[in-house]
Design a protein around this ligand. Structure first.
Ligand SMILES: *Cc1c(COP(=O)(O)O)cnc(C)c1O
Length: 360
C-alpha cells in the first residue's frame, strides 16, 4: 500500500511516472537496456535529454533569451556556482532573506565576494514574511540580487516578483518550480534541485539568461561554468542521466495534467483546504503572513506542543507520513507538491479535525 507522503524532499512522485519507469526499467523502448546503462552520447539518451528540454521549455514558457541547463550539485551547490559564474567583473551581490535557504546562500556567497543584506523577512516569530520590493534596499551596482522564491522550511513564498531592469535577479526556486507559471523573463537565473517538485535527486535545473554566460570568475570549475555547460548542451561531463529521464517523465505527466495553469489551480485548492483547517480555530497555527504563505510547504504548530508525538503517531497509523517539521523550527510541516493529490490533503485535514475533536 502506498502512503500519503508529505515529505519536503526527496518527495512524492506521481504514481504514473513510477509505474512507467518500472515498466521501462530493463528495456527502454526496445533498446535492450535500462536508461541507467546507456551512453549519454548515444542516440537513445540524446533523445530523452532533448525531449526533456523541449517539454520543460514549453511548460514554463522559457523565452529564447534563456538557456536551460541540467547540472549536478543541487540547490546548495548553486549557492557557490552562482557567485562563481557572476562575480567575474564585480564580486558583490545583494540578498533578500526570507528563511534558512536564502540565509545559507548569503553565507556561501561571502566566500567569493561582498554580500549586502537588502531586506529580511525575519520577525519575532521567525521568518514569516516576504519583504515587498519597495522595502528592498539595493546597493549601488550589484552583480545580482538573490531571492529564494519559496522557503521550504519556513513556508514563505514570494508571489510579487519585481522587474529589476539591468540587475539580474537570481532565484532559488527549488521547492516550487513547476508548481505554477512564472514569468521567466524577469529572472537572470532561475534554479532548482529536482527532488522537491520535478523528479529525483541528482539533477539541478538552471535557467540562465544568455548575456550572463560571460561573467564567470577564473576559478570557476569548468564543469560548473554555465557557458561551458551551455556550449556542450549540458554534456560537458556526464550528466545525471537517470534523474534527467525521470524529470522528463514528470514533464510529460504535467503536460497531461493540463500544464502549469491547471496544476496551479489544483495547488491553490489543496493549499486553501489545509490553511482553512489550520485557521478554523486556535488548535493549530501557521505564523506566516497571509500573502506570503507557501502553497507547497505548509508548517503548522499545535497549540499544545506536548501532543506533537501523539499527532505524528496517529497520522502515521493512517498512512500520512513525513509530517514532522524541520528540526530548526519544530512543529509540523506538510509539503504538498504537485504529486500530492487532493485526496491526500483531504485525508490529512480529516485526520487533523478528528485529532482536534479527540483532544478538546
Ligand atoms: C532543498 C532546498 C535546497 C537544497 O537542495 P540540495 O539539493 O539539498 O542542495 C536549496 N534551496 C531550497 C529552497 C530548497 O528547498
Amino acid at each position: 500500500m502506498r502512503v500519503f507522503n508529505f515529505s519536503a524532499g526527496p518527495a512524492a512522485l506521481p504514481e504514473e511516472v513510477l509505474r512507467q519507469a518500472a515498466d521501462e526499467m530493463l528495456d527502454w523502448h526496445g533498446s535492450g537496456m535500462s536508461v541507467m546503462e546507456m551512453s549519454h552520447r548515444g542516440k537513445e539518451f540524446m533523445s530523452i535529454h532533448e525531449e526533456a528540454l523541449v517539454d520543460l521549455r514549453e511548460l514554463l514558457a522559457v523565452p529564447s533569451s534563456h538557456q536551460i541547463l541540467f547540472l549536478q550539485g543541487g540547490g546548495l551547490g548553486e549557492n557557490a556556482i552562482v557567485p562563481m559564474n557572476l562575480f567575474g567583473t564585480k564580486p558583490r551581490a545583494d540578498f533578500v532573506l526570507t528563511g534558512s535557504w536564502s540565509q545559507k546562500s548569503f553565507n556561501e556567497a561571502k566566500k567569493y565576494g561582498t554580500v549586502h543584506l537588502a531586506a529580511s523577512g525575519q520577525t519575532a516569530d521567525g521568518f514569516t514574511r516576504a519583504p515587498a520590493h519597495a522595502e528592498w534596499q539595493l546597493s549601488a551596482d550589484p552583480a545580482y540580487v538573490h531571492l529564494c522564491t519559496n522557503e521550504t522550511i519556513h513556508g514563505v513564498e514570494t508571489f510579487d516578483i519585481p522587474d529589476l531592469g539591468d540587475i539580474p535577479l537570481v532565484a532559488d526556486a527549488s521547492s516550487h518550480l513547476l508548481s505554477r507559471p512564472m514569468d521567466v523573463a524577469k529572472y537572470g537565473v532561475l534554479f532548482g534541485g529536482a527532488q522537491k517538485n520535478i523528479g529525483i535527486a541528482g539533477v539541478t535545473v538552471v535557467i540562465v539568461r544568455e548575456d550572463l554566460l560571460d561573467r564567470a570568475m577564473s576559478v570557476c570549475p569548468s564543469a560548473f561554468e554555465w557557458k561551458t555547460v551551455a556550449l556542450n548542451n549540458s554534456m560537458y561531463n556526464t550528466p545525471p542521466t537517470y534523474a534527467i529521464y525521470i524529470a522528463g517523465l514528470v514533464f510529460k505527466w504535467l503536460k497531461k495534467q493540463g500544464g502549469l495553469r491547471a496544476i496551479e489551480a489544483r495547488n491553490v485548492e489543496k493549499a486553501k483546504l489545509l490553511y482553512d483547517t489550520i485557521d478554523a480555530g486556535s488548535f493549530y497555527k501557521n505564523k506566516v503572513e497571509r500573502g506570503a504563505r507557501s502553497r507547497m510547504n505548509i508548517p503548522f504548530f499545535l497549540a499544545d506542543e506536548s501532543r506533537n508525538d501523539d499527532f505524528l503517531a496517529g497520522a502515521k497509523a493512517r498512512g500520512l507520513v513525513q509530517l514532522k517539521g524541520h528540526k530548526s523550527v519544530g512543529g509540523m510541516r506538510a509539503s504538498i507538491y504537485n504529486a500530492v493529490a487532493l485526496d491526500g490533503v483531504k485525508a490529512l485535514v480529516e485526520y487533523m479535525k478528528e485529532f482536534e475533536r479527540r483532544g478538546a
